[in-house]
Design a protein around this ligand. Structure first.
Ligand SMILES: Nc1ncnc2c1ncn2[C@@H]1O[C@H](COP(=O)(O)OP(=O)(O)OP(=O)(O)O)[C@@H](O)[C@H]1O
Length: 290
């Protein structure tokens, strides 16, 4: 009997890229002999609802065509379900897919990972009962995220660059209390980011050393630096070459609490809530094709 795959497509991801690549993926999966049930979402709530129906249906696997927002929604249901999950990147950021090494601009190649059937279990961060698939941002980066989300132009990652420049004009270091596995650290900083995977903001390797299956959260603290130094650090984040910078601290733990007054945390590119947040880890909670 052929494997039965539910293909869940967010047509709005990547400003319509999801709608464009959905049929490409369906054809590729079907050509490989898989039985494909296509589900197209009409609103954000559909992602979780459909994922729950798919899990209950006894399908062999699910593939999600979307960006980090869609994966975040799907992961809430797929976590700890044991159902293998394929990521077909269609968003603007695609940081979860980047962290996994899924091809970003070749939907047929991403579909081939589902066909191949090779799976691994990856960790998720958890805040209250919410699973997070990439990084929690709490500081300068969350202000940039908020501003970039509010911008309608430009379309791709250039939004983050413009938002960074705009926020830099007025940003001042923040006072933090960061508690990692019960150990309290008081420090001023530009940002504190916590991730299971390395990336946010469309390929910025803020937690460059993060291993997505080591059962640990990676914590990056950028201590106070001049505006120019922070600006110069952003291109380094794309390559991960900020690692080792004297003002960049990288730590690890199983539980992390971040406190700083007046800051809203962002996770998987969307607002999570005001600090303080307590972040835990769900080791190996998501089973993914790779
Ligand atoms: N029809 C729909 N189906 C699912 N989600 C939708 C739909 N319309 C709007 N949304 C919203 O779109 C958001 C963005 O989707 P997604 O994150 O996949 O794309 P993106 O923002 O382009 O990519 P990225 O997050 O990687 O930058 C979702 O979090 C969801 O809230």
């Amino acid at each position: 009997m052929s494997r039965r795959i539910a293909l869940v497509v967010n047509p709005t991801s990547g400003k319509g890229r999801g709608a464009r690549i959905g049929p490409v993926v369906r054809e590729r999966l079907a050509a490989a002999g898989l039985t494909v049930d296509v589900h197209t979402t009409t609103c954000a709530a559909d992602v979780g609802r459909i994922a729950a129906e798919v899990v209950a249906s006894g399908a062999d696997a699910v593939a999600l065509v979307g960006g980090d927002g869609t994966i975040h929604l799907g992961a809430q249901v797929l976590a700890n379900s044991g159902m293998p999950f394929g990521v077909i990147p269609a968003g603007t950021g695609n940081d979860f897919a980047r962290g996994l090494g899924v091809p970003l601009n070749d939907p047929a190649a991403a579909a081939d990972l589902v066909v191949g059937g090779r799976i691994r279990a990856v960790d998720l961060a958890v805040v209250k009962d919410e699973f997070i698939t990439t990084v929690v941002a709490g500081g300068f980066d969350s202000l940039v995220n908020r501003r970039a989300n509010a911008m309608t132009w430009p379309k791709g990652n250039a939004r983050y660059t413009l938002a960074t420049l705009a926020e830099l004009r007025t940003f001042k270091p923040l006072e933090y209390v960061v508690t990692i596995d019960g150990e309290r650290l008081e420090t001023p900083a530009m940002l504190v980011a916590v991730g299971t995977g390395p990336m946010y903001g469309g390929g910025l390797q803020i937690c460059a050393n993060a291993e997505i299956d080591d059962g640990l959260l990676d914590v990056t603290i950028i201590e106070p630096v001049s505006r120019l130094t922070l600006l110069q650090m952003f291109p380094k984040l794309s390559k991960g070459t900020h690692v080792g910078h004297p003002k960049v601290r990288m730590l690890r733990g199983r539980s992390v609490r971040i406190e700083s007054p007046g800051i809203t945390a962002y996770a998987d590119g969307e607002p999570l809530g005001p600090l303080p947040v307590e972040i835990g880890i769900a080791p190996g909670a998501l089973t993914v094709f790779h």
